[in-house]
Ligand binder design. Structure first.
Ligand code: NCD
Length: 316
Protein backbone atom coordinates (compact mmCIF):
# COMPACT_ATOMS: atom_id res chain seq x y z
CA UNK A 1 0.00 0.00 0.00
CA UNK A 2 2.89 2.40 -0.55
CA UNK A 3 2.82 5.37 -2.92
CA UNK A 4 -0.91 5.99 -2.75
CA UNK A 5 -1.94 9.53 -3.55
CA UNK A 6 -3.03 11.66 -0.64
CA UNK A 7 -6.76 12.32 -0.58
CA UNK A 8 -8.20 15.84 -1.07
CA UNK A 9 -11.82 16.60 -0.24
CA UNK A 10 -13.86 19.76 0.13
CA UNK A 11 -16.22 18.13 2.66
CA UNK A 12 -16.48 14.66 4.20
CA UNK A 13 -20.21 14.13 4.61
CA UNK A 14 -20.82 10.71 3.06
CA UNK A 15 -18.77 7.69 2.04
CA UNK A 16 -20.80 6.89 -1.03
CA UNK A 17 -18.67 8.81 -3.53
CA UNK A 18 -15.28 7.61 -2.28
CA UNK A 19 -13.34 5.47 -4.75
CA UNK A 20 -11.61 2.26 -3.66
CA UNK A 21 -8.26 4.05 -4.18
CA UNK A 22 -9.31 6.88 -1.87
CA UNK A 23 -10.46 4.44 0.81
CA UNK A 24 -7.15 2.58 0.69
CA UNK A 25 -5.20 5.85 0.65
CA UNK A 26 -7.03 7.03 3.78
CA UNK A 27 -6.35 3.71 5.53
CA UNK A 28 -2.72 3.98 4.48
CA UNK A 29 -2.46 7.50 5.88
CA UNK A 30 -4.20 6.50 9.13
CA UNK A 31 -1.74 3.59 9.52
CA UNK A 32 1.11 6.04 8.95
CA UNK A 33 -0.16 8.21 11.82
CA UNK A 34 -0.73 5.13 13.98
CA UNK A 35 2.90 4.08 13.50
CA UNK A 36 3.98 7.50 14.78
CA UNK A 37 4.44 9.18 11.39
CA UNK A 38 4.79 12.92 11.82
CA UNK A 39 2.13 15.41 10.87
CA UNK A 40 2.77 18.27 8.48
CA UNK A 41 3.64 21.59 10.12
CA UNK A 42 0.87 24.14 9.68
CA UNK A 43 2.04 27.42 8.22
CA UNK A 44 -1.21 29.16 9.28
CA UNK A 45 -3.60 28.34 12.14
CA UNK A 46 -6.62 26.19 11.27
CA UNK A 47 -9.76 26.57 13.40
CA UNK A 48 -12.16 23.67 13.84
CA UNK A 49 -15.29 23.26 15.93
CA UNK A 50 -17.05 20.08 17.07
CA UNK A 51 -20.79 20.68 17.05
CA UNK A 52 -22.63 17.71 18.51
CA UNK A 53 -26.41 17.99 18.63
CA UNK A 54 -26.73 14.31 19.56
CA UNK A 55 -24.94 12.57 22.42
CA UNK A 56 -21.46 11.21 21.85
CA UNK A 57 -18.53 9.94 23.89
CA UNK A 58 -16.04 8.23 21.57
CA UNK A 59 -16.66 10.12 18.33
CA UNK A 60 -16.47 13.54 19.95
CA UNK A 61 -13.39 12.77 22.05
CA UNK A 62 -11.65 11.03 19.23
CA UNK A 63 -12.24 13.91 16.79
CA UNK A 64 -10.86 16.33 19.37
CA UNK A 65 -7.72 14.28 20.00
CA UNK A 66 -7.22 13.88 16.24
CA UNK A 67 -7.55 17.65 15.76
CA UNK A 68 -5.04 18.42 18.50
CA UNK A 69 -2.58 15.85 17.18
CA UNK A 70 -2.77 17.58 13.77
CA UNK A 71 -2.06 20.92 15.43
CA UNK A 72 -5.47 22.50 14.82
CA UNK A 73 -7.06 25.05 17.12
CA UNK A 74 -10.26 23.63 18.58
CA UNK A 75 -13.06 26.14 19.17
CA UNK A 76 -15.47 24.89 21.85
CA UNK A 77 -19.17 24.68 20.95
CA UNK A 78 -21.79 23.59 23.45
CA UNK A 79 -25.01 22.67 21.63
CA UNK A 80 -27.00 22.59 24.89
CA UNK A 81 -26.30 26.30 25.45
CA UNK A 82 -26.23 27.55 21.86
CA UNK A 83 -28.62 29.92 20.08
CA UNK A 84 -30.11 26.88 18.31
CA UNK A 85 -32.18 26.68 21.52
CA UNK A 86 -33.50 30.18 20.73
CA UNK A 87 -34.66 28.95 17.33
CA UNK A 88 -31.60 29.80 15.25
CA UNK A 89 -31.15 27.53 12.22
CA UNK A 90 -28.11 25.32 11.76
CA UNK A 91 -27.32 27.34 8.63
CA UNK A 92 -27.33 30.66 10.54
CA UNK A 93 -25.26 29.11 13.34
CA UNK A 94 -22.75 27.97 10.72
CA UNK A 95 -22.73 31.46 9.25
CA UNK A 96 -21.57 32.78 12.63
CA UNK A 97 -18.82 30.17 12.79
CA UNK A 98 -17.71 31.13 9.29
CA UNK A 99 -17.85 34.87 10.05
CA UNK A 100 -15.70 34.53 13.19
CA UNK A 101 -13.10 32.48 11.33
CA UNK A 102 -13.83 28.79 11.89
CA UNK A 103 -12.52 26.75 8.93
CA UNK A 104 -14.12 23.35 9.50
CA UNK A 105 -17.20 22.20 11.39
CA UNK A 106 -17.51 18.61 12.59
CA UNK A 107 -21.24 18.09 13.02
CA UNK A 108 -23.48 15.39 14.48
CA UNK A 109 -27.19 16.00 14.05
CA UNK A 110 -30.40 13.96 14.28
CA UNK A 111 -31.68 15.21 10.91
CA UNK A 112 -30.80 13.00 7.93
CA UNK A 113 -28.69 14.93 5.38
CA UNK A 114 -28.62 18.08 7.56
CA UNK A 115 -25.42 18.90 5.69
CA UNK A 116 -27.09 19.54 2.34
CA UNK A 117 -28.16 23.07 3.34
CA UNK A 118 -24.60 23.80 4.45
CA UNK A 119 -22.71 22.58 1.40
CA UNK A 120 -25.10 23.49 -1.46
CA UNK A 121 -25.30 27.15 -0.64
CA UNK A 122 -25.14 30.08 -2.98
CA UNK A 123 -24.64 32.42 -0.02
CA UNK A 124 -21.57 33.44 1.94
CA UNK A 125 -21.22 30.19 3.87
CA UNK A 126 -18.02 28.40 2.93
CA UNK A 127 -16.87 26.05 5.67
CA UNK A 128 -15.59 22.50 5.40
CA UNK A 129 -18.17 20.10 6.83
CA UNK A 130 -17.21 16.74 8.33
CA UNK A 131 -20.21 14.60 9.14
CA UNK A 132 -19.95 12.92 12.56
CA UNK A 133 -23.33 11.22 12.01
CA UNK A 134 -26.64 12.39 10.50
CA UNK A 135 -29.80 10.74 11.86
CA UNK A 136 -30.05 7.27 10.37
CA UNK A 137 -28.14 8.42 7.26
CA UNK A 138 -24.35 8.19 7.27
CA UNK A 139 -21.46 7.86 9.73
CA UNK A 140 -18.36 8.29 7.56
CA UNK A 141 -15.74 8.34 10.31
CA UNK A 142 -17.07 5.21 12.04
CA UNK A 143 -17.22 3.50 8.66
CA UNK A 144 -13.66 4.45 7.74
CA UNK A 145 -12.26 3.32 11.10
CA UNK A 146 -14.15 0.05 10.66
CA UNK A 147 -12.57 -0.40 7.20
CA UNK A 148 -9.16 0.24 8.76
CA UNK A 149 -9.80 -2.34 11.49
CA UNK A 150 -10.92 -4.99 8.97
CA UNK A 151 -7.94 -4.25 6.70
CA UNK A 152 -5.53 -4.61 9.62
CA UNK A 153 -6.90 -8.05 10.38
CA UNK A 154 -7.22 -9.47 6.85
CA UNK A 155 -5.12 -7.26 4.55
CA UNK A 156 -7.98 -7.27 2.01
CA UNK A 157 -11.74 -6.90 1.63
CA UNK A 158 -12.44 -9.05 -1.42
CA UNK A 159 -14.58 -12.09 -0.67
CA UNK A 160 -14.56 -11.55 3.09
CA UNK A 161 -17.85 -12.77 4.55
CA UNK A 162 -19.28 -10.03 6.71
CA UNK A 163 -22.60 -10.05 8.59
CA UNK A 164 -24.24 -6.80 9.67
CA UNK A 165 -26.51 -7.74 12.55
CA UNK A 166 -29.40 -5.98 14.28
CA UNK A 167 -31.10 -2.61 14.01
CA UNK A 168 -30.11 -1.99 10.40
CA UNK A 169 -32.84 0.45 9.33
CA UNK A 170 -32.06 2.88 12.12
CA UNK A 171 -28.28 2.59 11.99
CA UNK A 172 -26.17 5.12 10.10
CA UNK A 173 -23.13 2.89 10.71
CA UNK A 174 -24.84 0.08 8.79
CA UNK A 175 -25.71 2.37 5.87
CA UNK A 176 -22.17 3.65 5.40
CA UNK A 177 -20.58 0.25 5.99
CA UNK A 178 -22.77 -1.64 3.50
CA UNK A 179 -21.93 0.92 0.80
CA UNK A 180 -18.17 0.70 1.25
CA UNK A 181 -17.96 -3.03 1.90
CA UNK A 182 -19.83 -3.72 -1.33
CA UNK A 183 -17.58 -1.33 -3.24
CA UNK A 184 -14.53 -3.11 -1.81
CA UNK A 185 -15.73 -6.55 -2.85
CA UNK A 186 -16.81 -8.11 0.47
CA UNK A 187 -19.75 -10.51 0.60
CA UNK A 188 -22.38 -9.02 2.89
CA UNK A 189 -25.04 -10.82 4.91
CA UNK A 190 -27.72 -9.17 7.00
CA UNK A 191 -29.25 -10.74 10.09
CA UNK A 192 -31.63 -9.80 12.87
CA UNK A 193 -35.37 -9.16 13.22
CA UNK A 194 -37.10 -8.72 9.87
CA UNK A 195 -38.73 -5.49 10.96
CA UNK A 196 -35.27 -3.90 10.96
CA UNK A 197 -34.59 -5.05 7.43
CA UNK A 198 -35.64 -3.14 4.34
CA UNK A 199 -35.83 -4.66 0.85
CA UNK A 200 -33.68 -1.80 -0.41
CA UNK A 201 -30.68 -3.39 1.36
CA UNK A 202 -30.94 -6.35 -1.05
CA UNK A 203 -28.67 -4.56 -3.49
CA UNK A 204 -25.84 -4.84 -0.94
CA UNK A 205 -26.27 -8.34 0.47
CA UNK A 206 -28.42 -11.22 1.54
CA UNK A 207 -30.79 -11.45 4.49
CA UNK A 208 -29.85 -14.65 6.35
CA UNK A 209 -30.22 -16.69 9.55
CA UNK A 210 -27.37 -15.71 11.86
CA UNK A 211 -26.83 -19.22 13.22
CA UNK A 212 -26.57 -20.70 9.73
CA UNK A 213 -23.91 -18.33 8.47
CA UNK A 214 -21.96 -17.84 11.74
CA UNK A 215 -19.30 -20.56 11.22
CA UNK A 216 -18.46 -19.12 7.78
CA UNK A 217 -18.09 -15.50 8.77
CA UNK A 218 -14.91 -13.46 8.86
CA UNK A 219 -16.53 -10.43 10.49
CA UNK A 220 -19.60 -10.13 12.69
CA UNK A 221 -20.57 -6.48 12.75
CA UNK A 222 -22.99 -5.85 15.60
CA UNK A 223 -25.21 -2.78 15.72
CA UNK A 224 -26.59 -1.07 18.78
CA UNK A 225 -30.35 -1.30 19.23
CA UNK A 226 -31.22 2.37 18.61
CA UNK A 227 -34.03 2.87 21.14
CA UNK A 228 -34.00 6.65 20.67
CA UNK A 229 -35.00 6.28 17.00
CA UNK A 230 -37.79 3.75 17.54
CA UNK A 231 -41.40 4.62 16.82
CA UNK A 232 -44.21 4.00 19.27
CA UNK A 233 -46.88 1.46 18.20
CA UNK A 234 -44.50 -0.69 16.13
CA UNK A 235 -42.64 -3.97 16.69
CA UNK A 236 -39.79 -1.86 17.95
CA UNK A 237 -41.88 -0.65 20.87
CA UNK A 238 -42.37 -4.27 21.95
CA UNK A 239 -38.67 -5.03 21.78
CA UNK A 240 -37.56 -7.64 24.31
CA UNK A 241 -33.85 -7.48 25.01
CA UNK A 242 -33.61 -10.98 26.53
CA UNK A 243 -35.25 -12.56 23.50
CA UNK A 244 -33.05 -10.51 21.19
CA UNK A 245 -29.91 -11.69 22.99
CA UNK A 246 -31.07 -15.30 22.70
CA UNK A 247 -31.76 -15.08 18.97
CA UNK A 248 -29.15 -12.66 17.68
CA UNK A 249 -26.75 -11.75 20.48
CA UNK A 250 -23.17 -12.96 20.51
CA UNK A 251 -22.91 -15.14 23.61
CA UNK A 252 -20.28 -17.72 24.55
CA UNK A 253 -21.86 -20.50 22.49
CA UNK A 254 -21.97 -18.39 19.33
CA UNK A 255 -18.49 -17.03 20.01
CA UNK A 256 -17.13 -20.57 20.04
CA UNK A 257 -18.65 -21.28 16.64
CA UNK A 258 -16.68 -18.47 15.00
CA UNK A 259 -13.69 -19.22 12.77
CA UNK A 260 -10.23 -19.02 14.34
CA UNK A 261 -9.39 -15.59 12.90
CA UNK A 262 -12.92 -14.15 12.74
CA UNK A 263 -13.55 -10.82 14.44
CA UNK A 264 -16.49 -9.17 16.19
CA UNK A 265 -17.04 -5.44 15.74
CA UNK A 266 -19.36 -2.99 17.48
CA UNK A 267 -19.37 0.80 16.99
CA UNK A 268 -20.37 1.36 20.62
CA UNK A 269 -22.03 2.15 22.86
CA UNK A 270 -22.71 -1.53 23.58
CA UNK A 271 -25.88 -2.68 25.32
CA UNK A 272 -24.32 -5.41 27.46
CA UNK A 273 -26.10 -8.77 27.18
CA UNK A 274 -28.23 -7.54 24.29
CA UNK A 275 -26.00 -7.33 21.17
CA UNK A 276 -23.00 -8.86 22.96
CA UNK A 277 -22.50 -10.64 26.30
CA UNK A 278 -20.86 -8.27 28.75
CA UNK A 279 -18.14 -10.86 29.40
CA UNK A 280 -17.13 -10.82 25.72
CA UNK A 281 -16.62 -7.07 25.29
CA UNK A 282 -12.85 -7.48 25.71
CA UNK A 283 -12.58 -11.08 24.44
CA UNK A 284 -9.73 -11.79 21.96
CA UNK A 285 -11.99 -11.72 18.88
CA UNK A 286 -13.68 -8.49 19.96
CA UNK A 287 -12.25 -5.44 18.15
CA UNK A 288 -14.17 -2.95 20.29
CA UNK A 289 -11.03 -1.41 21.84
CA UNK A 290 -9.10 -1.60 18.59
CA UNK A 291 -11.88 0.23 16.73
CA UNK A 292 -11.80 3.09 19.24
CA UNK A 293 -8.00 3.30 19.01
CA UNK A 294 -8.07 3.34 15.21
CA UNK A 295 -10.73 6.04 15.28
CA UNK A 296 -8.21 8.70 16.29
CA UNK A 297 -5.80 7.94 13.44
CA UNK A 298 -8.53 7.58 10.83
CA UNK A 299 -10.09 10.88 11.89
CA UNK A 300 -6.66 12.51 11.55
CA UNK A 301 -6.50 11.22 7.97
CA UNK A 302 -10.03 12.44 7.23
CA UNK A 303 -9.53 15.93 8.68
CA UNK A 304 -6.23 16.20 6.85
CA UNK A 305 -7.97 15.29 3.57
CA UNK A 306 -10.41 18.18 4.06
CA UNK A 307 -7.59 20.56 5.02
CA UNK A 308 -5.77 19.57 1.84
CA UNK A 309 -8.93 19.96 -0.25
CA UNK A 310 -9.52 23.46 1.14
CA UNK A 311 -5.83 24.41 1.18
CA UNK A 312 -5.89 25.11 4.90
CA UNK A 313 -2.80 25.58 7.04
CA UNK A 314 -0.52 25.34 4.02
CA UNK A 315 -0.48 21.54 4.02
CA UNK A 316 0.26 19.65 0.79
C1 NCD B 1 -22.69 5.18 16.62
C2 NCD B 1 -23.56 6.35 16.20
O1 NCD B 1 -23.59 7.38 16.87
O2 NCD B 1 -24.17 6.20 15.16
N1 NCD B 1 -21.87 5.46 17.71
C3 NCD B 1 -20.62 5.91 17.47
O3 NCD B 1 -20.43 6.97 16.93
N2 NCD B 1 -19.62 5.11 17.79
C4 NCD B 1 -23.46 3.96 16.84
C5 NCD B 1 -24.56 4.01 17.84
O4 NCD B 1 -24.85 5.01 18.47
O5 NCD B 1 -25.17 2.95 17.99
Amino acid sequence: MENLNLVSLNHFVTVKDLTSEEILALINRAEFFKKGGSVQKLTKPVYISNMFFEDSSRTHTSFEIAERKLGLTVIPFDSKHSSINKGETLYDTSLIMDAVGVDIEVIRHSKNKYYQDLINTSGKLNLGIINAGDGSGQHPSQCMLDMMTIYEQFGKFENLKIAIVGDITNSRVAKSNMQLLKKLGAKIYFAGPEYWYDKKFDEYGEFSELDEILPELDVVMLLRVQHERHQKDTHEAEFDSKQYHQKYGINKARYQKLKENAIIMHPGPINHDVELSGELVEAPKSMFYQQMKNGVFMRMAMIEAVMRGRKLGGIQ
